[in-house]
Design a protein around this ligand. Structure first.
Ligand code: PAF
Length: 279
């Protein structure tokens, strides 16, 4: 496995390849969720590139950019074991040699759910992902569905701009107690960690209610009540149409629904979701 830090090194590697290239963009501190994306990419593509870059553009002023967990040595060993052929670890000046004068702005689906509280977040994600796609030039790119809104936003952007990359959304990987794997889980206190699995339990019970035909408003109310039992602050708990992210104000049998939430604990905000199709 090659470890590179410059765009030129990635281009040199890419130019010598003939088969399909898979790409897994990450912000590092890899966990089983990322590794499942790398393994899937390796199954489907001849060569796999992983990027590790904590992108300042997608963090708001009071967010956790400085404290975002980092461990390059461990990440490299895990990425190699999962099948990565190249790991691109640029620094801030490689990705942003001078202040950006143009941005990718996705209008649809970015001012709801996580976007409502994090203005500019998805512009930062869309911009860095476009830059990474242009550098790596992958055939397929793998995104975890834990960030379902991110996957939907990237898919919209790729279609709008005719970017020749197939987006492959992959299932959320969970701990045994149901908590979605996340780099940020390490920052939960022992008490918060004990209560955090209630997030997935609440989503599961909302999914069951929706599958039984319960009206989205009723499901949403019950979802909030249950999420409060985590002891965290519920930023949102919502039922939306998937993948348009439009509000599900009525039950639409046969149409996929995204049941999603964000819960804020003392130093960390966790997101999770379930996608179901009520009959
Ligand atoms: O999901 C993430 O880790 C980031 O948003 C991504 C896609 C690597 C862009 O910085």
């Amino acid at each position: 496995m090659k470890r590179v830090i410059t765009e030129d090194e990635v281009r040199k590697w890419r130019n010598g390849l003939t088969g399909n290239v898979g790409f897994v963009p990450t912000m590092g501190y890899l966990h089983e969720g990322h590794l499942s994306l790398i393994r899937r990419a390796k199954e489907e593509c001849g060569q796999v590139a992983v990027s590790i870059f904590v992108n300042p553009l997608q963090f708001g002023e009071n967010e956790d950019f400085d404290s975002y967990p980092r461990n390059e040595k461990r990440d490299l060993a895990l990425a190699e074991e999962a099948g990565a052929d190249l790991v691109f670890i640029p620094d801030g000046t490689e990705m942003y040699p001078k202040p950006m004068s143009s941005f990718i702005k996705v209008e649809k689906g970015t001012d709801v759910l996580c976007g409502a509280d994090r203005p500019g977040h998805f512009d930062g994600v869309a911009t860095v992902v476009t830059k990474l796609f242009n550098i790596v030039q992958p055939d397929r790119a793998y995104f975890g569905l834990k960030d379902a809104q991110q996957a939907a936003v990237i898919e919209t952007m790729v279609k709008d701009y005719h970017i020749p990359v197939t987006i492959v959304p992959c299932p959320t990987v969970r701990e045994e107690d149901g908590l979605a794997k996340s780099s940020r889980n390490v920052r939960l206190t022992a008490d918060e960690r004990e209560k955090a699995p209630l997030i997935y339990k609440s989503l599961t019970s909302a999914a069951e209610m929706s599958a039984r035909g319960t009206h989205p408003e009723t499901v949403k109310r019950e979802l909030h009540n249950q999420l409060k039992q985590t002891g965290g602050r519920v930023d949102y708990g919502e039922i939306r149409l998937w993948p348009s992210l439009e509000e599900a104000d009525e039950l639409h049998p046969g149409e996929p629904l995204l049941i999603a939430c964000a819960v804020r604990f003392s130093t960390v905000r966790l997101i999770d979701n379930i996608i179901i199709t009520p009959e």
